[in-house]
Design a protein around this ligand. Structure first.
Ligand code: PEP
Ligand code: MN
Length: 349
């Protein structure tokens, strides 16, 4: 059950509702959003729900009470209380803030892996020159087969942080495990949870504990409901829910592409959750020639952002070269993407 307080409800009214929740032997999580306070209530028995709904609805300061029968509550559309996912840079702070507010399509781009300072400098210089505000780059790389490049680790994080300061960009990188979580959170603005870790509950909880936006990639064989449940684990730890969902392709019977990009997921998620949805056609297809068309289709389907792998020299990339765009290909994706966004009444930034 979600109890949304009115905009401007005072502390006394909120306290009264919280006490009443306790009186009924229920537990709640209070979220203080930008506009209003929302209480997500757990534990109500089905038989009690309609009585409790009427009861809470009659209390002063309560705007609405919505029963929820899904296994996720904070992620559900009913929870939406004027919430927005905000990205703030660690060093630039409020002065540079990006908001997933439905009016913009937010580009996140960069190489699969941070390989060297010069590779990142060349890429960040190019991207920031085009107007891209969020830089990606993996410092800890999950590899399907052992023996491959596993990333520059802390050195990679340091290079990323240098790029933030030099080019005024925000940073996203993958948090691969609980052991390195604190270190990653120290350097990075948006925490990425990869497809292989989508149901790693301890890591989801840890990622949520930093109160930074978490970018949650759909597990390669996960259902939409499982993705939303994973988001719920993260949000249960956050003071203000800040999760961005990412469709990055799922495993199907089709072997000619790396994954099958599930375009359905974009409008389907928009129907079920208030959380922004970003499309990653790089991992979703696995081939650079397929990335742009699928990126544009994702904008048309209503994506709130794109994650694109771009490399100064894809043939020499240490990871995911086949799906990485060179600068010329990325420029075309970005420029045409702006036109697609315009048709949707949005701006691609
Ligand atoms: C990545 O973004 O580099 C990555 C490893 O993605 P995924 O978890 O979707 O495979
Ligand atoms: Mn990659």
């Amino acid at each position: 059950m979600i109890i949304a307080m009115k905009i401007g409800a005072d502390k006394k009214q909120i306290k009264a509702v919280e006490s009443e929740i306790k009186e009924n032997n229920l537990k709640s999580q209070k979220i203080t959003g930008e506009e209003r306070v929302v209480l997500a209530v757990k534990g109500a028995l089905d038989a009690d729900k309609s009585r409790l709904k009427d009861h809470f609805e009659a209390m002063a300061g309560v705007e609405s009470v919505k029963p929820i029968s899904k296994p996720y509550r904070l992620a559900s559309k009913e929870f939406a209380a004027g919430e927005k996912v905000l990205i703030r840079s660690k060093t630039i702070g409020d002065a540079m803030e990006i908001k997933f507010n439905g009016k913009e399509v937010i580009m996140m781009a960069g190489p699969c892996s941070v390989e060297s300072r010069s590779q990142m400098d060349e890429t960040a210089s190019f991207l920031s020159g085009l107007g891209v505000k969020v830089l990606r780059g993996g410092a800890y790389k999950p590899r399907t087969a052992p023996g491959g490049f596993e990333g520059l680790k802390e050195e990679g994080l340091k290079i990323m942080a240098e790029m933030r300061d030099k080019y005024n960009m925000m940073l996203i990188t993958e948090m691969l495990d609980v052991d390195t979580a604190n270190l990653v959170a120290e350097y990075i603005d948006i925490i990425q949870i990869g497809t292989r870790n989508m149901q790693h509950v301890a890591l989801l909880r840890k990622a949520g504990s930093f109160n930074k936006p978490v970018f949650l990639k759909r597990g390669m064989s996960a259902t939409i409901e499982e993705l939303l449940c994973a988001a719920e684990y993260i949000m249960q730890e956050q003071d203000i829910p800040q999760v961005i969902l990412c469709e990055r392709g799922i495993r199907t019977f089709e072997p000619s592409t790396r994954n099958t990009f599930d375009i359905n997921a974009i409008p389907n998620l928009a129907d079920k959750t208030w959380l922004p949805v970003v499309a990653d056609p790089s991992h979703g297809t696995g081939y650079s020639n397929l990335v742009s068309p699928v990126a544009w289709a994702a904008i048309a389907a209503g994506a709130n952002g794109l994650m694109i792998e771009v490399h100064p020299n894809p043939e020499k990339a240490m990871t995911d070269g086949k799906q990485s765009l060179n600068f010329e290909q990325f420029t075309e994706l970005y420029k045409k993407g702006q036109e697609f966004a315009q048709i949707k009444g949005k701006t691609l930034i």
